[in-house]
Design a protein around this ligand. Structure first.
Ligand code: MIG
Length: 726
């Protein structure tokens, strides 16, 4: 095993010549280290690589980005293989993303990133509790091994892959979606209802219903007549529309995207070199070959027409790619079924028949029958889809992101995608796909956010309330309480399920949800600052407790997470629970957050290190402020653009001194990349029996600041600082 080392101690292992993923953008200088003892046990056989490591009894394994199960991944098998599977049940091994980065903490701390385009399987102490066995479906790959603390390992990894995608600031507002907002009238009704109910909202989504027969980049004239002025009218009210784009291009004579794609050989081909035919929503489709640079440019430019109409962002769907059936697969299945007609089927044949039909979607045999003309630095490479499967959605979204750059290089555009690879984190955010209105999926959401942060997917969130199935008022409320902190806060649901816009519930629930969304808006400056700093400093936005606390209990906490530099969240994730147990690794201040309107000295309670049972009424969620940290709120408004620094509230748990840097910028351009931003440094210092705030700021519109500072005895000091005093 040839091992290289960088000056900050990253070990780099190169096996053969990997298919480029363009994930690592900041490659440090590496030098070969001679006679270095191997890392783990690596065996190549039959085109596969098996790489094993031993785990100590108390090691925990965090990471793998978007995947099933708990924060600590030990005890199951996982795959990196982008999968369109809307049933996220515990037996599943993969979801929509392929994120090959994990960290082992325990006897020795180390992290591993496998830079590879194909399938990787991780048996993390499943077959053998003390073994971590990785199977890479190939022999050509790069790998990076990190050592250090949890924080330094994740920082080094994030530095390697470069900064994450940054959306426009309005993307931190509340977003409403549903598959079945079928026409402009319905969408306008939704918009009006938010305003008449006095519920903040910044964006409404257009799902596949807006297109003409599910054709990408078309807009149904019948259902969305005068689309351009519709977009303009909503924008005048400061509401954004976010249309969906699917990976498959409908096969239809006269449809320009299809015709141009065929003419220029832009589609993924089959074994015979013909465009590969599959069926998704539009019926028969071809898949653009996003691994080819010309195709990316062509597809990326196709977004421009809607950008010209005033659209500011999109969501890319079905880009694993999802295949309902392929022509070949369907023909074979039909032939098999027909051959059984009139027969007295034995049970095994019956099951085979059933599997033939059930197995039509997302069949590996289809992926293996698809071919790309991949652009690489050394020319065009003919590659089988299976070997680059995890790069497909990534490159679809890269096509869009590069298209946006060509449209306006200084503007930020909104972008979400479903399938992803770590290399994509620089181009777009992700939503976590088709979850269900199940309490288990609220928990999964809580547990997934830290591993997404580790993988660089800072702008992310789940379908709040759940996509499939019917949500109860209680689950909706509890989910909103958690999603209040996720950068993407989107309520989305599937056609045919119970409606879940805020007003679809009883009046009491409506009020709780309104208060909760208002709280979110009050938090936006703080959330945005935490987001931007996490991106610049390569820190985790969401983290397991072990990120900041070294005690052995913290390593095992599965249902509490750290948010940013100063908070710990302990969401209620169980039906009928009116409270929960919570573990405090040190003394903290609890805010039973229910609304930002009636804060007073009684709103904050200091709690001691250790275990507690915490009563939490349905409208209350547990937000903990860590020692010597500050939390900043502003006054809520109904749009992100209306938020200001006119009146800030600073809540802090301060023994002697705490400092907070409230980052801000214009929220719409990329000027921040050049370091152009506002900084407001808030410092709270104890002076005898009271506290003093000092403010160092470049913001000219800073107004009065109200403070709730909790001291080490648990006493709340309520202070006000007038503008003039600053
Ligand atoms: O086969 O466009 O994950 O968010 O609403 C389902 C319809 C296709 C899957 C996406 C979901 C979206 C839905 N899509």
């Amino acid at each position: 095993m040839k091992i290289f080392e960088s000056k900050d101690g990253i070990n780099y292992i190169r096996r053969g010549q990997m298919i480029p993923t363009e994930t690592v953008v900041n490659m440090p200088d590496f030098h070969l280290i001679e006679n270095r003892k191997a890392i783990g046990t690596l065996i190549e056989s039959k085109g596969l690589t098996e790489w094993s490591f031993s785990l100590s009894a108390n090691d925990v394994v965090y990471g793998l980005g978007q995947n099933m199960r708990g924060l600590n991944k030990r005890g199951f098998v996982y795959e990196s293989f982008c999968s369109d599977d809307p049933n996220h049940t515990p037996d599943k091994r993969s979801l929509y993303g392929a994120h090959n980065f994990f960290v082992v903490l325990g006897e020795e701390n180390w992290g591993l990133y496998i830079d590879f385009a194909g399938k990787v399987t991780y048996d993390i102490g499943f077959e053998d509790k003390n073994q971590l066995k990785i199977t890479i479906e190939g022999v050509d790959f790069d790998a990076y091994v990190f050592k250090g603390t949890f924080e330094s390992i994740t920082k080094q990894f994030r530095a390697l892959i470069g900064p994450s995608y940054v959306p426009p600031k309005w993307a931190f507002g509340y977003q409403q979606s549903r598959w079945s907002y079928e026409d402009a009238t319905v969408v306008k009704e939704i918009a009006d209802r938010f305003d008449s109910e006095d519920i903040p909202c910044d964006a409404i989504y257009l799902d596949i219903d807006y297109m003409e027969r599910f054709k990408d980049f078309t807009i149904s004239d019948e259902r969305f007549p005068e689309f351009k002025s519709f977009v303009k009218d909503l924008k005048a009210r400061d509401l954004k529309l976010v249309p969906i784009i699917d990976a498959g291009v409908k096969v239809e004579e006269g449809y320009s995207v299809y015709e141009e794609g065929v003419e220029k050989h832009y589609f993924v081909t089959d074994d015979k070199g013909k465009p590969f035919s599959a069926a998704v929503w539009p019926g028969k489709v071809h898949f653009p070959d996003f691994l080819n640079a010309d195709v990316r440019e062509w597809f990326g430019n196709a977004y421009h027409e809607m950008l010209e109409m005033g659209i500011e962002g999109f969501w890319n769907d079905m880009n694993e790619p999802a295949i309902f059936y392929s022509e070949k697969g369907l023909n074979e299945a039909i032939a098999f079924v027909s051959a059984q007609a009139g027969q007295n089927l034995d049970i095994y044949t019956f099951f085979t028949l059933k599997d033939k039909i059930m197995g039509l979607s997302n069949a590996l045999s289809d992926y293996k029958a698809m071919w790309h003309r991949m652009t690489t630095r050394s020319g065009e490479l003919k590659v089988n889809h299976y070997d680059v499967h995890n790069l497909y959605g990534y490159n679809m979204t890269r096509a869009a992101a590069e298209g946006f750059k060509r449209f306006d290089s200084d503007r930020r555009f909104f972008m979400l995608t479903r399938a992803s690879h770590i290399g994509m984190a620089k181009h777009s955010g992700i939503w976590t796909g088709d979850n269900h209105s199940w309490w288990e999926h609220l928990k999964l959401n809580v547990q997934m956010m830290p591993s997404l942060s580790m993988a660089g997917f800072l702008y992310s969130g789940a379908d709040t309330g759940g996509f499939g199935g019917n949500v109860s008022a209680e689950l909706m409320v509890r989910w909103m309480q958690f999603s209040t902190f996720t950068p993407l806060l989107r309520n989305h649901s599937a056609m045919g399920t119970r409606r879940q816009e805020p007003w679809q519930f009883d009046q009491a629930t409506l009020k709780i949800i309104r208060d909760q969304i208002r709280m979110r808006y009050a938090l936006v400056p703080y959330l945005y600052a935490e987001f931007m700093k996490a991106n610049q400093d390569q820190t985790l936005l969401f983290a397991p407790l072990a990120y900041a606390y070294g005690d052995s209990r913290s390593l095992l906490v599965e249902d509490q997470v750290l948010f940013g530099e100063g908070l710990m969240l302990a969401p209620v994730i169980e039906q009928n629970a009116l409270g929960r147990y919570v573990y405090l690794p040190e003394d903290m201040v609890l805010w039973k957050a229910s609304s930002v309107e009636n804060l007073n000295q009684e709103s904050f309670v200091k709690m001691e290190h250790g275990d507690h049972y915490l009563p939490l009424a349905i409208n209350e969620s547990a937000v903990f402020i860590r020692k010597n940290h500050l939390l900043v709120l502003t006054e809520p408004r109904n749009r992100v653009s209306k938020l200001s620094y006119d009146h800030l509230t600073v809540i802090g748990y301060v023994e002697d001194e705490a400092t907070y840097d409230l980052y801000d910028d214009d929220g719409v351009t990329n000027q921040f990349e050049k370091g152009i931003h506002h900084k407001t440094r808030l410092t709270v210092v104890r002076v005898g029996e009271t506290y003093r705030l000092s403010v160092d700021t470049t913001v000219t519109t800073l107004g009065n600041i109200e403070l709730y500072i909790i001291d080490k005895n648990g006493k709340t000091h309520h202070l006000k600082q007038e503008k003039g005093v600053l």
